[in-house]
Design a protein around this ligand. Sequence first.
Ligand code: ARG
Length: 566
Amino acid sequence: MIVVLKNQIKNIIEAYFDDKYEKDIEIITEEPKKLSLGDIAIPSFSVVKVLRKPPVEVANEIKATLENSNLPLAKIEVVGGYVNIFLDKEKMAGDILYNAIKNDEKYASSTIGNGKTMVLDYSSPNIAKSFSIGHLRSTVIGNSLKLILQKCGYNTVAINYIGDWGTQFGKMIVAIEKWGNIEEIKKDPINILSELYVRINNEEKEHPELAEEAREAFRKIELGEQKYVDMWKWIRQESLKESEQIYDLLDVNFDSFNGEAFFNDKMQRVIDILENKKLLKEDQGAQIVDLGEDIPPALIKRSDGGSLYITRDLAAVMWRKETYNADKLLYVVGNEQKLHFIQLKNVIEKMDLPYADDICHINFGLVLKDGKKMSTRKGNVVKLYDILIQAIEAAKNQIEEKNPDLPNKDDVAKKVGVGAVIFNDLKNYRALDYEFDVNQMVKFEGQTGPYLQYTGVRIASIIRNQNIDLTNLDLSLFDKEHYYEVIKLVGDFDDVITDAAKEYAPSIIARYLLDLASSFNKFYSIERINTEDEKIRNTNFALAKAVRIVLNEGLRLLGIKYLEKM
Ligand code: ARG
């Protein structure tokens, strides 16, 4: 809201100087730290410099211009070369309340993305290996970005670019042939396949020849030997089940599962362009594209003719651009792949394709356990799914302790536990590492998802079955600081969402929701909401309802469920 107002003020004054003096002058708006200096301040120096008039004169012109506008301003003071603007808090509060309550879950939607298509590549696990905590990050961040972009009017395409190609399939085939039994595996594919995968990785340490056998098996898939291709298909289908189990819990979905294998027959175009443009060079039998001094060359074809990750990604860039008429291609992938995406962009540029700049690597940091990189594979069979189940159990314990008579306890525990994991991830700026502590993240107090759900539930119980008459409010209450603080935050929601969309950073929304919840809780500790005075009561209920609307919608944008009771 304040950002919108600042823009309106800026536009009105710039138009005035343009009209009157035919000068294009940039107006600066500030938010003073001291309340006595107003809510928004405008220094006059940028105008003074161009018009060569005394600062006070300029400031008075600005003041007069604003007084003629119908913006919600209460008072405008000229102090030195500054114009200090005090907002009409009552009018502002009335507008925000009305807006939020009338629009409900549509509140703070925008149209900035209308007509634009964003393709998001996220989750993208390497199946046959187990679903890693890094892929959980990608899933959670990508899903939230999709929802945020949709809220801003963008058309989105969610792609799960599954890693369904690579030597891990060769390993799996060797392991199944040596120690497995198809009928047994079918009974419990998720666990048995991952045990086999762990086993072959362990045995490989003693028997390095297994790695060679695995490569050989994968070669046979690549060469299209029927028996191996059939095995690959089967393993692919069975190992996707682990990921699907996790997507069900998180309630995320995708528009496409076209993974790496899908691009196997679409790479020739890339090679042709690279050859035509004389970009391919031979290097120890392999084919590479040289990317200059600062960037290591991109390996396009292995010396044995096998294809590579980047080659499939190049084909996928072209395909996505064309198929979806995409404006941007977003890749939600960990920091470790920074170089890969730099190379991808650079090769696309060298190919003279006009969309290198549309490739955006939405990078993220590691998940740590006791300060060390958390791992769900390497010998121990701790599965991500089990970790989510642990979070749900921890949530259930909290509920048993706090509200043992709650109906639908299991459903609530699921929403709280899963929400806790998601929030714990999204509250951190994505590029940073964070620590994973299940017991901490499910607490109902502190900077947690359950804290937000709980605040929402408290509000729900306050306003349940109350009639709120928006024509009978006492807006003068919003001159009080604890009222104003809450409504101002409610009014900021649209800016927060557009910022999060611009920065591809759900954490901006997560942090904001924490501020909103704590300012509401402070308000609630000061004010009796259900009070005798009808006008005050109505205003309090309206404010509580507006906060509930923002909390619900904010949680939804993060991919977290809100609750009626918990
Ligand atoms: N499967 C890859 C991995 O786990 C991530 C894929 C990311 N997307 C892409 N288009 N490269 O490392």
